[in-house]
Design a protein around this ligand. Structure first.
Ligand code: GLC
Length: 477
């Protein structure tokens, strides 16, 4: 099958969040299933020179944006066996940042239109165009719209994946004719209208042939008012074409047996060596060196969604325990300030890395014993998957994809891969952390749990098969 996969970010070229991890690893898995998959991204200024230098320009064309014609340069390179295209327009993407500009609606309309047309200029006819989040959601609409006047689009099907329903791309309705260049026919409650505004993500839900979320549980949750972000009604209306397919991680990139970013490699048979990573990290972060003290960690964006108010609420109590706490990430000032404060107050116990560094992230996954992820909501979550792969036991709130991927520890059978709590409650969380710490003291049981976690199957194998099945089911129609 020919699949054109598009997103606003993908590792290693450009990343702000989990979408980039998925867009950087899933296409490769799909390709190894004998599909011709190609990835399309915007040509951002911040893409590193070393990639830019290996790109080649292969085509150019123009798209109509309202009354204007806007240039599209098509650059290409192969990365780890997958052909990538970068659509170039300096006016829209030669900027320092990625998102957050006054004309984001126009920038991603340009991109979505160009992606829809791309196949015609590079001699690649997709069976399926797979789109992700609001930035590329309009492709779903354009494929249907262009098919009205051009039979080339007739048999192209679209899939739309929601990585986070909270970000919807909501813009002024004036964009409709002026920039999007589509008729009023799309501007109604069953189309892209959303309280007198235009909602791009809604367009993805309505006009795709199938839409998905990044875990089964989240696919159920978003049908409810609580998680629905005001779109639960339209989601329920289209639930017949909705499914949840859980994300995987790249087992090459995240492999404690080979990872060059960690102090000591280890695998299932040499879990004992994991402790040497703890010593290494303690040295690096200036914490007392002690391989026995339990280390609790978080690698996260410091934003509300990640449950940091729960952490704030019980942090003093947590500090009564004999533990070390390591956090890595950036985000809201109040959470950065909070961790700064605690790391000054408890310099022997807390390390706060208020920045992001991929290499250090790997080091933390390898070194710590317990990984904390108390999200308020979580479409899938990737960190808990990485933590388990490195034998670090997740303590998570049982929500979204966390519920699908972390199996609660069962004291009788000793089955499970982590600790989970149901309610969004700080002391429920603290209670679970304490349970984990208690089990940590039982060496045999803890090692058994580590092995269970490391054995969880969290690569792309199963999920990519599910996507292929989904593609086939819509292509046949
Ligand atoms: C978003 C979601 C996260 C998910 C990721 C990749 O960042 O918030 O839960 O894992 O997308 O799908």
């Amino acid at each position: 099958m020919n699949i054109l996969y598009t997103a606003s970010e993908a590792v290693p070229f450009i990343k702000t969040g989990g979408l980039a991890d998925v867009a950087g690893s899933y296409p490769r898995a799909l390709k190894s299933n004998n599909n011709d998959v190609r990835v399309v991204l915007p040509m951002y200024k911040s893409i590193k020179n070393k990639y830019f230098e290996s790109m080649e320009k292969i085509a150019e064309f123009h798209v109509d944006l309202g009354w204007r014609k806007q240039y599209v340069g098509v650059m290409t390179m192969e990365y780890e066996g997958v052909i990538h295209y970068f659509l170039d327009n300096e006016y829209y993407f030669d900027r320092d940042g990625i998102y957050g500009y006054f004309d984001d609606g126009e920038r991603f309309t340009w991109f979505s239109k160009a992606v829809t047309l791309l196949g015609k200029f590079i001699d690649f006819k997709p069976d399926v165009i797979h789109t992700n989040d609001w930035h590329t959601a309009l492709v779903n609409l354009y494929v249907k719209d262009f098919a009205l006047g051009d039979s080339w689009f007739d048999d192209i099907k679209t899939v739309f994946t929601i990585h986070n329903l909270k970000y919807q791309g909501v813009f002024d309705p004036e964009m409709l004719g002026d920039i999007m260049g589509v008729s009023e026919n799309y501007f109604h409650e069953d189309g892209i209208k959303f309280y007198n505004q235009i909602n791009f993500l809604k367009g993805g839900i309505v006009y795709s042939d199938a839409f998905t979320t990044v875990s089964e549980n989240y696919a159920q949750e978003i049908k409810t008012q609580y998680f629905g972000e005001q779109l639960d009604g339209i989601i329920r209306k289209h639930e017949g074409k909705l499914s949840g397919i859980v994300n995987g991680i790249d087992y090459e990139e995240f492999n404690p047996g080979k990872d060059k970013n960690i102090f000591k490699n280890y695998d299932l048979r040499s879990v004992k060596r994991k402790k040497e990573n703890k010593i290494g990290l303690q040295k690096k972060f200036g914490l007392p060196e002690d391989s026995d003290i339990p280390m609790v960690s978080m690698v996260t964006r410091l934003v509300d969604m990640k449950g940091l108010d729960l952490v704030a609420h019980i942090f003093e109590e947590l500090m009564q325990e004999d533990i070390q706490f390591v956090v890595l990430g950036t985000g809201d000032k109040r959470y950065e300030d909070m961790f700064k404060y605690f790391s000054h107050k408890y310099p022997q116990k807390v390390y706060a890395g208020l920045y992001f560094n991929e290499q250090e992230a790997h080091g933390i996954y390898a070194a710590s014993d317990i990984f904390l992820m108390p999200s308020k909501f979580e479409p899938c979550g990737i960190s808990q998957l990485i933590a388990m792969r490195y034998g670090t036991i997740p303590v998570v709130r049982s929500v979204g994809g966390l519920k699908d991927t972390v199996i609660p520890y069962n004291y009788e059978t000793e089955e499970g891969t982590g600790f989970t709590f149901e309610n969004y409650n700080a002391h429920d969380m603290l209670f679970k952390i304490k349970e984990a710490l208690a089990l940590y003291n039982d060496n045999a049981k803890w090692n058994n749990l580590i092995k269970k976690a490391m054995k969880s199957k969290t690569d792309w194998n199963e999920s990519s098969k599910k996507y292929v099945k989904l593609y086939k089911s819509i292509v046949k129609k």
